[in-house]
Design a protein around this ligand. Structure first.
Ligand code: NAI
Ligand code: A1CAB
Length: 295
């Protein structure tokens, strides 16, 4: 399946990885949307509920996680990280500094692999908040992880060993595609492309559907045809050796309907996407400067 494909390139100097035992324990700090996607995917991939320790201050969220997945849910973050091999930081970026500083004594004691999914927060800042350069893997997932069709970009600090690389990769592969980047600065464009990308494409779906309704198609039919067309095009492009440009040429007959439609899209679509990815990447960089600023 394409979504299970990994195009892993371990960071320079790392040799092939060692298989990881499924007996590992994972703590997740912040039991919201992304945490639920990850737990759901890992349970489907063979993990057991007892391998998770999730922390969230919201009692309703803890009840939801326990009832839905049968995992242990804690109000106290430090309690959740006890005995964990990996700690996933899944709170909002603006809270991360405070949460990590509070967790620091527990983390320095147990020295787990830190896996941060927070947008726009650099690994060096996480290490500074901990007070020690513990191994950190930064991950930028996306919401299709919920349906095991996510795309995650990963970056490892030099402190991360090969077994931990495999551990982090196996976690994210349970919910979709995994790619490694060699430079942390590239995590900003990964965020602006695949992290935010589902929202761009939901907007494209809305626009295509509305345009067909405006031409007289009923909404239900317009939505179904739009969704299946976008799904089919993505599946075809994933499975084909041809580039998207070649696949597009196969649809476009000289003087035909597609050429007429494409001529309109070419008026602005490419530059809009350049600008959208540029703005989202710049926002990720700005968040990193802001949230990582020393007091
Ligand atoms: N939603 C998205 O598309 C993506 C989100 N991310 C990142 O994932 C992270 C989590 O995002 P979501 O799951 O969407 O947010 P969310 O709001 O659904 O979940 C965050 C959870 O953290 C909990 N929380 C608040 N204060 C806490 C504390 N002091 N200790 C422990 N837990 C606390 C909240 O109660 C909430 O359940 C963010 O850093 C975001 O940048 C990354 C990629 C995509
Ligand atoms: O909008 C955001 O900041 C987060 C990160 C990528 C997707 N959602």
């Amino acid at each position: 399946m394409p979504h299970k494909t990994s195009s892993k390139t371990p960071p320079k100097g790392k040799s092939p990885v060692t298989p990881v035992s499924k007996a590992r324990k994972l703590a997740i700090i912040g039991g919201g949307n992304m945490a639920s996607s990850l737990i759901g995917g890992l349970l489907q991939d063979g993990w057991k509920a007892k391998q998770f320790r999730v922390a969230d201050p919201n009692p309703a969220q803890r009840d939801l996680l326990s009832e839905r997945f049968g995992v242990a849910a804690y109000a106290d973050n430090s309690e959740a990280v006890q005995g964990a091999d990996g700690v996933v930081l899944a709170v909002k970026p603006q809270m991360l500094g405070g949460v990590v500083a509070e967790l620091a004594p527990a983390l320095r004691k147990t020295r787990p692999l830190i896996i941060s999914i927070a947008a726009g927060v650099r690994a060096a800042d996480i290490q500074r908040w901990i007070g020690e350069p513990l191994p950190v893997v930064r991950v930028m997932p996306n919401t299709p992880a919920l349906v095991a069709a996510g795309a995650s970009g990963l970056y490892a600090t030099p402190e991360v060993n090969n077994v931990q690389i495999d551990f982090a990769e196996s976690l994210m592969r349970a919910v979709g595609l995994v790619v490694w980047v060699q430079q942390e600065s590239l995590m900003d464009v990964v965020t602006g492309l695949s992290g935010s990308g589902p929202a761009y494409l939901f907007l494209v779906l809305e626009a295509m559907e509305d345009a067909a309704v405006a031409q007289g198609l009923d909404r239900r039919t317009a939505r179904l045809l739009t969704l299946q067309t976008v799904f089919g095009a993505a599946k075809m492009a994933l499975e084909s050796e041809d580039t998207p440009a070649t696949l597009r040429s196969h649809v476009t007959s000289p003087g035909g309907t597609t050429a007429a439609g494409i001529r309109e899209l070419e008026r602005g679509l490419r530059s809009l996407f350049y600008e959208a990815v540029d703005a989202a990447t710049a926002r990720s960089q700005a968040m990193a400067n802001h949230y990582g600023a020393e007091e």
